[in-house]
Ligand binder design. Sequence first.
Ligand SMILES: NC(=O)c1ccc[n+]([C@@H]2O[C@H](COP(=O)([O-])OP(=O)(O)OC[C@H]3O[C@@H](n4cnc5c(N)ncnc54)[C@H](O)[C@@H]3O)[C@@H](O)[C@H]2O)c1
Length: 396
Amino acid sequence: MSTAGLGPMDRRDFLETLGRLSLGATAAASLSTGAARGSQRSTEKVWQPVSERKVRVGIVGYGVCQFGAAFGFQDHPNVEIVAVSDLIAERRAGLMQACRCEKSYESLEVLVKDPKIEAVFVATDAPNHAKHCMEVLNHGKHVMTAVPAVWGSIEQAEHLVETVRKTGLKYMMAETSYYRADCCAMRQIYRAGGFGKLVYSEGEYFHFCPTPIPSFNGWRIGSPPLWYPTHSTAYYVGVSGGRFTSVSCIGFDAGLPSNKPGANKYENPYSDEIALFQTSEGGASRMLMCMGVQDVVVETGRVYGQRGWMQDTEYHGLLKDLPDITVPALPPGMPAGGHGGSHGPLANEFITAILEDREPLVNVYEALAMTVPGVVAHQSALKDGETLPIPQFTRT
Ligand SMILES: NC(=O)c1ccc[n+]([C@@H]2O[C@H](COP(=O)([O-])OP(=O)(O)OC[C@H]3O[C@@H](n4cnc5c(N)ncnc54)[C@H](O)[C@@H]3O)[C@@H](O)[C@H]2O)c1
């Protein structure tokens, strides 16, 4: 959620920029020793088109974060932006301009009726993501959504997964941590066997918010911290493909005005939530979302396995020949974008999955495996940390 002008600068993005400068284009694979450091982004990799076809895309939502235009769909050579939408006329006009698109609709509900559009990016308010994605899918269109997949509701998750199964269309959640350089590198090393099973992992999203960031209908005011878990949980699910099976969570009230009794519609007393999950590998994972810790804004994580461990882009372990751990190349002229350069790779992955007719990396099962555990974690916090089981959404 670190967007310029909205709050303190994302310290991590700043550090990543410094890291890029100091590391240059060092190819990680050439440092094949017990301790290896990956470059942020390979300058040697060249994007390979998989098709000349243009996917006909609609984009919805140009709110406080102006997310509709932030992923670079308008700069992808395999995309034609057919139309855009936001309920607020001024924002709609801004999105048209930012996407260089001449057509707009007054709402998502009208846009999805355009037969020319085959895929939609939903960048609307979090409480409506599941409903909006189902509306898109039920109109026969693929969908990519901003995080989280559902908003505090297991029932929404059940309906969403049913709709994806029933329609057979592509669903992807744009979790930005997935293509941060460290998380992406950890995933490649995990797949290459460099960690073995993960004994322990940690993910954290600290975003000091003494006053809430503005939001459509005030959805951010006093919201339960771990209803927004995916920047953290990606550091287990997005590395190993594993699942969280149970959780015990501690909530903390740092005294922010929006968590006072009666100050929010969620009856949520907590500004900070810290959860300990059991994992499907038999390990443990500590995931947190904190808004009450003074002056810290960061999204990051670490993994510790039987055969190695990793933080930032530095691997320590038994794997001698590292795989290519760099983030996928982008089409010429397409910006990597914000949140650690993750926006462009996410949009490119969604479009490429459509062109190749395959599942996107962050499909509905991965999306729910990152989102639903946070919903249960909040329930646990409200019960003084009682250990609760986590419902699983498995492919049928
Ligand atoms: N790192 C990240 O992944 C990251 C960072 C920032 C924001 N986000 C997510 O991006 C989303 C957008 O964030 P924001 O701060 O801009 O949200 P916001 O609440 O400020 O704006 C939401 C926008 O959606 C529009 N909208 C709602 N319903 C609509 C409909 N039916 N048709 C057309 N437009 C509709 C509203 O008019 C509003 O402009 C949020 O869900 C947030 O969680 C993710």
